[in-house]
Design a protein around this ligand. Sequence first.
Ligand SMILES: Nc1ncnc2c1ncn2[C@@H]1O[C@H](COP(=O)(O)OP(=O)(O)OP(=O)(O)O)[C@@H](O)[C@H]1O
Ligand SMILES: [Mg+2]
Length: 406
Amino acid sequence: MRVLLFTGKGGVGKSTVAAGTAALAARAGQRTLVLSTDAAHSLADAFGAAVGPEPTEVAECLFVQQVDAQLRFEQSWADIQRYLLSVLDVAGVDPVAAEELTIIPGAEEVLALLELRLQARSGRWDVIVVDCAPTAETLRLLALPEALGWYMQRVLPIERRVVRTLKPVLSRAAGVPMPEDSVFDAVERLHRELEEVRELLSGPRSSVRLVLTPESVVLAEARRSYTTLSLYGYRVDGVVANRVFPAEGADDWRAGWVVSQDAVLEQVHESFVGLPVWRSVYRPTEPVGVEALATLAAEVYAADDPLAPPTGQGPFRVERTRTGAVLHLALPFVSRAEVDLARNGDELVVTLHGPAVPTSRSDAPGTAVGSYRRLLTLPAVLARYRTAGARVEQGELQVRFEELVT
Ligand SMILES: Nc1ncnc2c1ncn2[C@@H]1O[C@H](COP(=O)(O)OP(=O)(O)OP(=O)(O)O)[C@@H](O)[C@H]1O
Ligand SMILES: [Mg+2]
């Protein structure tokens, strides 16, 4: 099963290209599902069809699903939330305010990804296309399973043990309700499921495609996403430049756009060396409906196979050397000074300081990004070596590991 994710800045055409790619796959006889984690019902708009929270057939082999994030959220969060509410109640927090406090912003989106796991496990699909939210949300979403995993592995077992021994004492003393086992179970289940989602999305048959329009600010954001996606171990296997003005028969106004888009497109090619950059022309009308979408996608991919499995080694690999090993982590556009490394047992903490991508216009909106951090659990072969140095070369962070000399 092939999994394709589409992300990019708001409004660039993610839903359109995702829907088009799915339509093309279905036309080739692949059992295809395209699902959106977005609260806005943009897939329904793109297909010009009513789409429900369950896969809805819109053409032969082509199903569309608008995940009901609220419902998923309630299913996986209810137990945990109930406990949090009981704590806040004891603390004297007003119930309405408490309800607000237990809602994590963005969590609905994240949990919508759990639907992807269910669909992937169902065996119904050859291809699943995910129409993601705009960049920032998507990144947060893709980084979460790992962050949560760290917390679960370190804190939860301890907490659970502590709770067991101290429960009677604590309950009496502070009047704070201790979490029931069901709460721990719910957190653990959530973690396990998110971890599966992560494995699926960072696996060899999954890849992310960046959608952009040929504008400097949009390109800057796409470059940053490329870096951050690589940091978290997701493969990017192509770029779609959408809304490219056709040059033929242009009046002065459009001719101006053609020139400025050409300049940015050149930068796009330079930025994403080694990746295909597909183009999609700016159409005179909105591409709506299966036919229009499939036609658009057929033009975009031209002779390329839109479902080809990603080639190359992925953003993360380990190379053995005579005295130890070198870990290679793809980090395009980043300089050594922007990377901080810390070693903590079998874990490598990689922190990226923003702005990860200096642009020619440092005043461009959205240039200042926060830092991103990855807690990388080292493979067993590396965990027993000491870290001996690091450098950034050709868009890669290379960390040298050497035998402990005792
Ligand atoms: N190549 C194109 N030519 C003409 N119109 C287009 C093209 N691509 C997208 N559009 C139109 O632009 C609008 C935005 O596209 P779309 O909804 O796919 O963007 P998006 O990136 O998914 O937006 P959002 O960030 O809101 O999810 C839609 O009305 C769509 O029909
Ligand atoms: Mg959209």
